[in-house]
Design a protein around this ligand. Structure first.
Ligand SMILES: O=P(O)(O)OC[C@H]1O[C@H](OP(=O)(O)OP(=O)(O)O)[C@H](O)[C@@H]1O
Length: 180
């Protein structure tokens, strides 16, 4: 099946696009010359970004779970949850930390996470952020981003296929070789 056409309201992203974007973001952070000690990714959307970057930079990866309650078929953000604890190997979250996520949409997640980190992790000495996509209507500004999206399109990420795939459909899905 071919990927639908992108327009002002929709951005369709393949696995290849997605992986290239993560690599480009990683290169951008590297070329900035900034050195950091740890990466903190926001689950779930930032997990793949954090995974790849922590491998390439060879630094520990922390995970913080956040989740928004979205209305209007997922397009309007309501309240959000931040997990109480961060899980990380090798110590605690401290020093220079790179916060990564897939996107900054309204900016609400970043604002709340910044407040949370400031109040809970006094040992963080510097915090910078990196995302694949930064939407124009956002109230937050990431330090690093790959694509700025002034028209605020709905981003169709490749893993969203799994949101509607159920275990009993997997056999047929694999047989069909649906999307690579
Ligand atoms: O800038 P904002 O408007 O706050 O939105 C950005 C956040 O929304 C998405 O996560 P979501 O809360 O939908 O959870 P998910 O990662 O589990 O999909 C995305 O992964 C970001 O974390």
């Amino acid at each position: 099946m071919s990927t639908p056409t992108n327009d002002e309201s929709h951005l369709w992203v393949t696995w290849d696009d997605y992986n290239r974007l993560i690599e480009r973001l990683t290169l951008q952070v590297h070329q900035s010359g900034w050195k950091f000690d740890k990466i903190l990714c926001l689950a779930r959307g930032g997990m793949r970004v954090g995974d790849v970057m922590s491998r390439i930079f060879d630094v520990p990866l922390g995970i913080l779970a956040t989740s928004s309650y979205r209305e209007a078929a997922g397009t309007k953000q309501g309240d959000m949850d931040i997990a109480q604890f961060i899980t990380i190997t090798r110590g605690t979250l401290s020093g220079r930390v790179l916060l990564v996520d897939d996107m900054v949409d309204t900016g609400k997640t970043f604002s709340k996470v910044y407040d949370h980190l400031k109040s809970q992790f006094a040992d963080i000495t510097e915090l910078r952020s990196a995302v694949l996509w930064w939407k124009g209507h956002s109230q937050a500004t990431p330090d690093y981003y790959v694509e700025k999206l002034p028209t605020n399109p709905w981003i169709h990420q490749p893993f969203e296929d799994y949101d509607s795939l159920r275990p009993h459909q997997l056999e047929a899905w694999i047989r069909k070789g649906y999307k690579s």
